[in-house]
Write a protein that binds this ligand. Structure first.
Ligand code: HEM
Length: 147
């Protein structure tokens, strides 16, 4: 039987957290249109997702930083290798994913919500942007891991 190293455990946590961040967004995107029109259900579902999504995003950041060292990359020389340059692009995508989700969450906060409900396209756009950028970040992560 193969033994499991610390680096593999961290990568495993990283992939699990990516599943929660991306998979949760997919599930919420599918459910919200059905839940709208049922009182507070859509809003409650969004809040429940956020309770697990942000801890998962935190795990992605922490394990991602550890992955960088485990993948043999150096922060001071990121632009010197194809894998390092791929990581730079990936980090931009991660930042966009977190930013879009954060603004989206702020627009759904009590008080702001009633106003933003009049602009459902803003929420759809921000949610889609967060999901697409996270999916691309995962693709670049796979590329780095395979390099
Ligand atoms: C939305 C956030 C993120 C997602 C969805 C994501 C997703 C992934 C996925 C799916 C992999 C591939 C794992 C494999 O194929 O074994 C990966 C690898 C990797 N990720 Fe992320 N990641 C995110 C954030 C980050 C951050 C913030 C960093 C750095 C600070 C990072 C650094 C890395 C590195 C260096 C690898 C390659 C690991 C290796 O070669 O062993 N990731 N990521």
């Amino acid at each position: 039987m193969l033994s499991i190293s610390g680096a593999e455990l961290v990568l495993w946590l990283h992939v699990l957290a990516a599943c929660v961040w991306i998979g949760g967004q997919v599930v919420v995107a599918i459910l919200i249109p059905v839940l709208r029109g049922h009182g507070q259900l859509a809003s409650l579902a969004g809040q429940r997702y956020q309770a697990v999504a942000w801890p998962a995003f935190g795990v992605l950041l922490v394990t991602g930083i550890i992955n960088v060292g485990n993948a043999g990359l150096q922060w001071s020389h990121l632009l010197d290798s194809p894998a390092g340059r791929t990581l730079v692009v990936k980090l931009g995508l991660v930042a966009l994913s977190g930013l879009a989700a954060g603004v989206h969450a702020c627009l759904q906060a009590p008080g702001v919500r009633a106003d933003s409900a009049r602009r459902p396209w803003t929420s759809a756009l921000l949610g889609s942007a967060s999901l697409v950028t996270a999916v691309l970040a995962a693709l670049y992560g796979v590329a780095i891991a395979s390099a």
